[in-house]
Structure formats: C-alpha cells, structure tokens
Design a protein around this ligand. Sequence first.
Ligand code: NAI
Length: 255
Amino acid sequence: MGRFDGRVAIVTGAARGIGFGIAQRFASEGASIAVLDLDGDAAADAAGRLELADGARAVGVACDVADASSAEAAVEQVVADLGAVHILVNNAGVTRDNLLFKMTEDDWDTVMGVHLKGAFNMTKAAQKHFVEQKYGKVLNLSSVSALGNRGQANYSAAKMGIQGFTRTLALELGPFGVNANAVAPGFIVTEMTDATARRLKMEPEELQRLNAESTPVRRVGQPEDIAAAAAFLCSDEASFITGQTLYVDGGRKVG
Ligand code: NAI
C-alpha cells in the first residue's frame, strides 16, 4: 500500500532536478505521473525512467507553463491519458540573475512568466478537475530566496509571490477539498545551482562547499530532501495543513 495508490500527479519541470526527484518519490508511493516539461522528448525520457508501482503509468507531455493555452492543453491531455488529476506540483523554474541595475525587462518578465504566471496557469487549469471531484493537492515551489537574495530581484519577488498565491489558493479552494501548500528549498544540487556556480566563475563543487559551510546542518540539499517533504504535504496525512510554506533548507532561514 502506497500513500498515492490510484492517484495521478502532474509535476511540471520534471524532466530533471527537483521535479524529477518529486516525480520519482510519488511514483515509488504508487502514483501515476505526468512529467511536464518544455521539451517533449526530455519529458517522455524522464517518464520512461520512473520506477512505477504495479498498475501505475507515466506519461511525458510537452508544455510551456508560461503559456496559458499550453498549460490548459497539457492538463486536458493528462486527464485524457491517465483518467484524472489529483495532485499538481508547480515546480518548473528558470533563473535570470543579475543585479537590479543590469537586470533587463526580459529577465524580469521571463522569471515572472515561468514561476508566477506558470503556477497560475497550471493551477487554473487543474482546479476545475479538483473542484469537480472534491479532491486535490497543489504544491508550489518557493525558495529561501523569497526572503531576499542579491542578484535575484526577479526570482525573489516571484518566489515570495508564490507564497501569497499559495495562501489564497488555500482560502478559495479549501471548501472544495483542495489543499495548497508550498515548499521553500535552500541550496539543492541540480543543474540550476550548477549553472549559478558557472555564472559566478566557480566549480559547482566549490559553490556547494561554501553553501554547506554556511548551512546549520553543514550540508547542501538533494532533490530527495525536497521530494520527502513534497510527498508528506501532498498526502492525506497532511489534509489539515493548508496555505503553509515549509522551508526545507538545512536551517538556512533560521541560521
Ligand atoms: P532545473 O533547472 O534543474 O530544472 C527546471 C526544469 O524546469 C527543467 O527541466 C526545465 O526545462 C523546466 N522548465 C523551465 N521552464 C519551463 C516552462 N516554461 N515550462 C515547463 N517547464 C519548464 O531546476 P531545479 O533546481 O530542479 O528547480 C526546480 C524548482 O525548484 C524551481 O522552481 C526552482 O526555482 C526551485 N528551487 C530550486 C532550488 C535549488 O537550489 N536548486 C532552491 C529553491 C527553489
């Protein structure tokens, strides 16, 4: 018996990194999975790599979450292919870091478009199924950067915006059996943080070491750390928890 037996979960940006980690964890607990990502081939490849429970299925769907019609079409395709949608994880993300005086309008719009509008587009498309079946879980990816981070005016604003969005979803959708929560990761080893290292002209391992040193638990995070929290928040054990943001950051926020 898995916590997600018979459930269908959509995870956006799940071709790699944290999204793939969450998809794999949900699959290991019985869920059928829709891997949504920009590149349909990468999404299908990731879906093919998931280790599924008996009777569960996985599909890869090309989707640009920043585009409302693409998000809507992807959700409808998942419902057609997998029969329903019960869980939505808004994980897709990009960075366009720069100090404010160098940040372009495009840097701002791109980050807002993927994180904030993307979460809005996907949640709007999924909520009608959730409300109809009186059941749904939304999990949004925020970040410790929501609290402010040099070079990330766009990303930090989007990630704090996600927390307000999450609280409002909890208020509006709670009466319809829908829980909405967020996780705010600290430093997690993925291609996103590897790219940050390269931008700072460092080896990824060097940036990881520096971050581990300034983290109370003295290590950096792995996608599995976020996946464990995601699985709890999207499970029925957490059905009295909604509107919350859980920092999964090795103590960075308090440190
Ligand atoms: P990643 O860069 O490894 O993976 C992001 C995935 O999102 C990629 O597969 C990419 O193709 C996909 N994606 C990008 N734009 C998309 C779009 N418009 N539509 C659909 N898919 C799109 O990133 P990572 O590190 O796995 O991050 C996942 C989430 O976690 C992001 O929301 C990120 O902001 C958040 N996060 C990551 C942290 C970290 O340290 N890695 C820390 C805090 C938050």
